[in-house]
Design a protein around this ligand. Structure first.
Ligand SMILES: [Mg+2]
Length: 123
């Protein structure tokens, strides 16, 4: 199933329930944040060593939270007339300029934490 087909399915699900009236951009953004928090809850207080076991034990529930985020995100983009795949592709290209591989490889620093003498674009 591609993004257009899943968008149509989400729209049909929403419209059958007459929920479009509640799905304004603010509440959709809040819903995305709440679902992201539900995902985070699975990892709360877990040490790095405990994470793999947690993911195995709760895989289905974690998958559902990821799906919830994806559903709300897809609907929000659809409602706003944003082509989600094109927007993601554009942002990846922007991130590639912000984080040139030769400059940031193996580092988790933010783009503005690299020193000026490093290769690549300016921070
Ligand atoms: Mg959820």
């Amino acid at each position: 199933m591609d993004l257009e087909a899943i968008s149509a399915k989400i729209r049909a699900f929403r419209d059958e329930r007459e929920w479009a009236q509640f799905h304004n951009p603010k509440d959709m953004a809040i819903a995305i944040s709440i679902e992201a928090s539900e995902l985070l809850e699975h990892f709360l207080w877990k040490s790095p060593e405990e994470l793999d076991a947690r993911i195995s034990e709760k895989r289905e529930e974690i998958e559902e939270e990821i799906a919830d985020i994806g559903i709300y995100l897809t609907e929000l983009a659809d409602n706003l007339g944003i082509d989600l795949l094109a927007a993601m592709e554009k942002k990846i290209e922007k991130n590639a300029l912000k984080y040139p591989a030769q400059r940031v490889k193996g580092s988790s620093k933010k783009y503005n934490e690299y020193s000026d003498e490093s290769e690549g674009g300016e921070p």
